[in-house]
Design a protein around this ligand. Structure first.
Ligand code: ACO
Length: 434
């Protein structure tokens, strides 16, 4: 897309008469961005921004976050409206295509995606190559990557039809692959998808049903799962999305790119945080131990963090966390859990942290993962599947961002620079002289 500057920033090297102008580009919302692409040519210098906290790596129309005010918009629609009124597949249409579908488009899109839920039968044998106690993230990373070895008819990234079909395939097949990773880990037979069920309902069905018995998914839990998927569907240029874009910028096929995104999501600083929150709550054990735990978090030498708190972009309450807390109460009520010690502990931990100067001064608030683990645990989802579930939801975000990038004629390979701090050039020394 052509970006139109509305001003410029002058960058000058102190003590010299050398300076250059960087065009200033406005977005629809958010701060202006200085375009430094010509800086090296003009001044012979690079910018340094490890962690990319101050760098826009692309222009995008998909998701907007105002971290100071706790706002998250998908294609302009606030996340709370989507979570309350929409459905996951409708949000998938919105993210992928830019608009909410009308009734006919919605039906066609849902049918189009859902008819791809089965995986090539040969793919089943991949599971046998894994140990039964393998982490399901390891399994889905491998099996999703393997999709590129099966769907040769949708690998041409320059063909819009191939892009559409591979997007549908990924959104439809990742839940099947994820549920099978779980079934494999507990030694139960794989349950084939049912396209007469809703997206979230089908996922819960494949996770929980067994061929020997009838299984009906609780509609309240299916609705809650659908909402959890919406809340995780996309989140701008986070680590895993940037990984997908970087892999995709080389022309790699979408299945390989999404496998790269899954690998990036796995870490505890990103998608692994919901798993880490439950481990943390189990370690704290009781409300009486909260002050000691908070003291450890505040101790610079302890390396202990309050998991599910803090965010690179949100310096306010993560809007998804509020919806997640509400959903948590709904799910526990539906399941007849009146007093959940884990939830009580989490709420007390949140209350204490939000009134503590350490967290206030650093603007650390609950993020989406603080309550999601408690809901998922109550729904009977094993802890090792939490990050997998995040990957199921985020697949549409990754695919939408990948598609937007591939369709941008200005797209180039991603290739950051560095400050080299190693040895200067030197001559090879033969081993006997070292
Ligand atoms: N607990 C205690 N202190 C924290 C926490 C936390 N959860 N998060 C940040 N801080 C402190 C840091 O120690 C640092 O303090 P300092 O300025 O005295 O050095 C300051 O706040 C800034 O922290 P950074 O690590 O520089 O912030 P960054 O933006 O790099 O990290 C991150 C963001 C990784 C999410 C961090 O807040 C964190 O580790 N949180 C816990 C893990 C978590 O919940 N991750 C999920 C993120 S949401 C998602 O991926 C879906």
């Amino acid at each position: 897309m052509t970006l139109k500057p509305t001003g410029s920033v002058t960058i000058s090297i102190d003590g010299t008469d050398r300076s250059a102008k960087a065009p200033l580009i406005p977005g629809t919302l958010g701060p202006d961005v200085a375009d430094i692409r010509k800086l090296y040519g003009d001044l012979g210098i690079f910018t340094f921004d490890p962690g990319y906290g101050g760098t826009a790596a692309c222009d995008s129309k998909i998701t907007y976050i105002d971290g100071d005010n706790g706002i998250l918009l998908h294609r302009g629609y606030p996340i709370d409206q989507l979570a309350e009124k929409s459905s996951f597949l409708e949000v998938c249409h919105l993210l992928l295509n830019g608009e909410l579908p009308n009734a006919a488009e919605k039906e066609a899109f849902e049918k189009g995606v859902l008819r791809h839920t089965m995986v090539h039968e040969q793919l089943r044998s991949f599971y046998n190559g894994f140990r039964r106690d393998a982490h399901p993230m390891a399994v889905i990373c491998g099996v999703v990557g393997a999709l590129s070895a099966f769907y040769h008819d949708s690998l041409d990234i320059n063909d819009p039809d191939h892009r559409r079909i591979s997007a549908f395939r990924l959104i439809a097949k990742v839940p099947t692959i994820a549920a099978w990773a779980y079934k494999y880990s507990i030694g139960q037979p794989f349950v084939y998808p049912r396209n007469d069920l809703g997206y979230a309902e089908n996922f819960l069905y494949m996770m929980n049903a067994v061929p020997a018995e009838e299984y009906k998914v609780n509609p309240v839990l299916a609705k809650a799962m659908d909402r959890i998927l919406i809340l995780h569907a996309d989140h701008e240029q986070n680590a895993s999305t940037s990984t997908v874009r970087l892999a995709g910028s080389t022309g790699a096929n979408p299945f390989a790119c999404i496998a790269a995104g899954i690998a990036s999501l796995w870490g505890p600083a990103h998608g692994g945080a919901n798993e880490a929150v439950l481990k943390m709550l189990a370690e704290i054990g009781h409300k009486d131990n909260i002050p000691d735990f908070i003291a450890k978090v505040k101790d610079k030498n302890s390396n202990v963090r309050l998991m599910g708190f803090g965010h690179r972009v949100y310096k306010n309450y993560d809007p998804r966390a509020k919806i997640m807390e509400r959903t948590c109460h709904e799910v526990l009520t539906e399941l007849g859990i009146k007093d959940d010690p884990m939830l009580d502990l989490a709420m007390e931990l949140e209350r204490i942290a939000l009134s503590d100067e350490y967290f206030i001064s650093k603007k650390l608030y609950p993020n989406v993962d603080f309550y999601s683990g408690i809901i998922l645990k109550a729904m009977g989802i094993p802890v090792s599947m939490f990050t997998v579930l995040f990957a199921v939801a985020r697949t549409v975000g990754w695919v939408s961002q990948w598609k937007e990038m591939v369709e941008d004629p200005a797209q180039r390979i991603g290739r950051p620079r560095q400050i080299y701090t190693g040895a200067p050039q030197r001559d090879y020394v033969p081993v006997e002289k070292r």
